[in-house]
Design a protein around this ligand. Structure first.
Ligand code: G1P
Ligand code: ZN
Length: 550
């Protein structure tokens, strides 16, 4: 730190906050909470004190464009200057998708970390949510040890350091100085788009899209709008209008930017009820999630990972084959079946992208995914929504078939995993904890009991020992494993901001491929009933149906 860089820096006295424990995706709270005095500053101060290499280092800074992003960027720039950061690279209007941020962190020399302002798929605006995500120099979500240290620092803060300076103009690429800090405003879209052009054969995809294969992409007024418009409409030659809701808005147009059948209903209706499009997709607020739809066909995210794994060699970036694959524990075992046939490793990790980081860094896996509409690869260290869309289009361009044909051929070859997730949102936290305590207390006695039409083989609480650094993460979901290979999992969300969210995951395997037309809710009906009987979800929550069924 040169003394001149700190010339205008000063301390602001604050009281410590004890509610800043980051969850699976950073610190996520209501916008209102973030607006309480010094709340944002406290968390940023903790990051700047704890992140190794901050003084003299380079930071990447951007976000999903939601309400509060622009002002938070100005706050963080002033605090970075006061902490002796040498350089901050931020983007035009602060627009930077999570996967694009990961790429920028990985490809910029001297980067010690990234701060991504997003509450992912949660609604935005003054009445919505805001969030701060910290990424490490490998481009992935900060390791638990780092986020624990940041949290620890928030508990004893009595001041933060900042400089007095006017707001910078972030509306166009430029270089600025703020005390001793160099601020570079770059275009947040172009590097990411070039990466996609290296991984995928754009000419081949463009051929498909010209051949009576109309597609539609819904950006849900969130960060992928500008990326998708450039990729689909400018580079792949799709007609203007292919990208719906493509203008990023601070409140996402009042919507809930989560690409699933509930919150991306308009898109789902276009594909599932109509015949105008052969392919549809959507991404979430910060661009890391994806939903894939075909004409009259919804692709379950667990199946999506399996299908990408099975067909990866058709895609230029993955032509040499895969080192291995990983999925989060509640994700169906569809990818396991493909991995076994390919004779590659398949790892089962706790929920949350950060658990893939070590495996990716060590070169043990190439693809990974979660049932929660997250799919990605070793090209970045975050899940990547548009990457998944381009991967699907590449496979379809190669196979020249419909989405439904690809999915049913996959089931015929590998068997079908009937799968569903039921979410009970915003339930009373005390009631949710009581439900879990009750279930946890009974796990030991469950083996041998009937569960629907099958018998429980084993019931336990998932814990994970990282194969690379041997760190152990426990209490990652209650698992009920049935003798016929079916699984039921109970988990509490780590990303909700209102009360607790109970997630119930259900899976049943049919090696023969099963019935293509059978709705998973029907295929899983006896397990759904048995899960409710076991946990008394309805009695405990007072809800007679889940908030979201996937
Ligand atoms: C949810 C998903 C999880 C994902 C996370 C961040 O977390 O279930 O797979 O990694 O969002 O996108 P949860 O709310 O279940 O803790
Ligand atoms: Zn997200």
């Amino acid at each position: 730190m040169s003394p001149s860089s700190l010339a205008d820096s000063h301390q602001v006295a604050i009281s410590p906050f004890n509610d800043q424990k980051p969850g699976t995706s950073g610190l996520r709270k209501s916008t209102k909470q973030f607006q309480t005095p010094h709340y944002l500053e406290s968390f940023i101060e903790a990051i700047l004190r704890v992140l190794p290499g901050v003084a003299g280092g380079t930071l990447i800074l951007g976000g999903d464009g939601r309400y509060g992003n622009r002002s938070a960027i100005q706050v963080i720039l002033r605090m970075a200057a006061a902490h002796g950061v040498a350089r901050v690279i931020t983007t035009t209007d602060g627009i930077l998708s999570t996967p694009a941020a990961s790429h920028l962190i990985r490809t910029t020399p001297g980067v010690v970390g990234g701060i991504i302002l997003s509450a992912s798929h949660n609604p935005g605006g003054p009445d919505g949510d805001f969030g701060v995500k910290l990424n490490g120099p490998n481009g992935g979500p900060a390791a638990e040890s780092l986020t624990d240290a940041v949290y620890g620092a928030t508990l004893s803060l009595d001041s933060y350091r900042t400089v007095a300076a006017p707001a910078l103009d972030l509306s166009k690429p430029a270089s600025h100085r703020l005390a001793g800090l160099a601020v570079e405003v770059v275009d947040g879209v172009s590097d990411y788009v070039s990466l996609m052009q290296r991984l995928f054969d754009f000419d081949r995809i463009a051929d498909l899209l010209r051949s009576d294969f109309p597609i539609v992409f819904d950006a849900l007024h969130a960060v992928t709008g500008p990326y998708a418009t450039q990729i689909f409409e400018d580079l792949l030659g799709c007609p203007v209008g292919t990208v719906r809701n493509g203008v990023a808005l601070e409140d996402f147009g009042g919507g809930h930017p989560d690409p699933n059948l509930t919150y991306a209903r308009d898109l789902a209706d276009l594909l599932l009820e109509g015949d105008a499009y052969r392919f549809g997709a959507a991404c979430d607020g910060d661009g890391d999630r994806n939903m894939i739809l075909g004409q009259r066909c919804f692709v379950n995210p667990s199946d999506s990972l399996a299908i990408l794994t099975a067909n990866a060699q058709l895609v230029p970036g993955y032509r040499d084959g895969l080192a291995g694959v990983a999925r989060s524990m509640p994700t169906s075992a569809a990818a396991d079946v493909v991995a076994a046939r390919l004779n590659i490793d398949c790892f089962e990790t706790p929920t949350g992208w950060k658990f893939f980081g070590n495996l990716l860094d060590a070169g043990r896996i190439t693809l990974c995914g979660e049932e929660s509409f997250g799919t990605g690869s070793n090209h970045v260290r975050e899940k990547d929504g548009l990457w998944a869309v381009l991967f699907w289009l590449s496979i379809l361009a190669s196979k020249r078939c419909s989405v439904a044909e690809l999915v049913s051929a996959h089931w015929a070859s590998y068997g079908r995993h009937y799968y569903s997730r039921h979410d009970y949102e915003a339930i009373d936290s005390g009631k949710a904890d009581a439900l879990f305590d009750r279930l946890r207390g009974g796990l030991d006695r469950m083996a041998g009991q009937r569960f629907g039409t099958a018998t429980i083989r084993l019931a336990d609480e998932f814990s994970y020992c990282d194969p690379i650094d041997a760190s152990v993460t426990s209490r990652q979901g209650l698992r009920i494993l049935l003798e016929d290979g079916s699984r039921v999992i109970f988990r509490l969300s780590g990303t909700g901001t209102k009360g607790a969210t109970l997630r119930l995951y259900l899976e049943r395997y049919e090696p023969s491929g099963g019935n293509i037309d059978l709705d998973p809710q029907r295929a899983l009906a006896d397990m759904i009933q048995a899960a409710d009987a076991l946990a008394d979800i309805h009695g405990t929550t007072g809800m007679d149906r889940p908030t979201v069924i996937t």
